[in-house]
Design a protein. Structure first.
Length: 169
């Protein structure tokens, strides 16, 4: 089953993520669909989001990040908050904490007990570089690691849980 369709507390993960972004007052919101995109569209309510397909979803998160950034090319936003569907305990408060740093040169990462996690805030000035380095299952990590002096680490363990459902506990 695609991650987007996984139920947690009676709610599909993709709908939970969308609700979190809405509550954090993110606008626009882009949802990148990969595995079983047509099934996700047919069985979820993604009203209010711009939906983009990633036909290369099986190559990893890098291609989804590139698809999401490409969907925002013509948008006037200064920065994008990246939220993964399999991090359902991220709160609107955590997203807002990073959003206050929004500007074209922003690079910020939520941390949980000193460990980097999501959301990640990527200023528009970095989108081309992030997209060029986003491959396989590393997303923006290579770019962030290549520019550590620019990355602001934002502690969020007091307001969210950054646990990724892919990571065994």
């Amino acid at each position: 089953m695609p991650k987007a369709l996984v139920l947690l507390d009676g709610e599909r993960l993709v709908e939970r993520g969308l609700a979190t972004l809405r509550e954090a007052e993110c606008d626009p919101i882009v949802v990148v669909l990969g595995a079983a995109a047509s099934q996700v569209r047919a069985s979820t309510n993604l009203t209010g989001a711009t939906i983009t397909d990633n036909p290369n979803w099986d190559t990893g998160i890098g291609s989804s990040l590139r698809a999401g950034l490409a969907a925002l090319t013509d948008s006037p936003v200064d920065a994008v908050a990246v939220l993964l569907v399999d991090t359902p305990a991220i709160t609107p408060a955590a997203i807002r904490r990073l959003r206050v740093l929004s500007h074209p040169a922003a690079l910020a990462v939520a941390t949980y007990h000193g460990q980097p996690g999501h959301p990640v805030l990527l200023g528009r000035d970095h989108w081309t570089g992030v997209a060029a380095m986003a491959t396989a299952d590393v997303g923006a990590r290579r770019y962030l690691n290549a520019h550590p002096h620019l990355v602001k680490h934002v502690p969020c363990e007091d307001i969210a849980d950054g646990t990724d459902l892919d990571t065994p506990t």
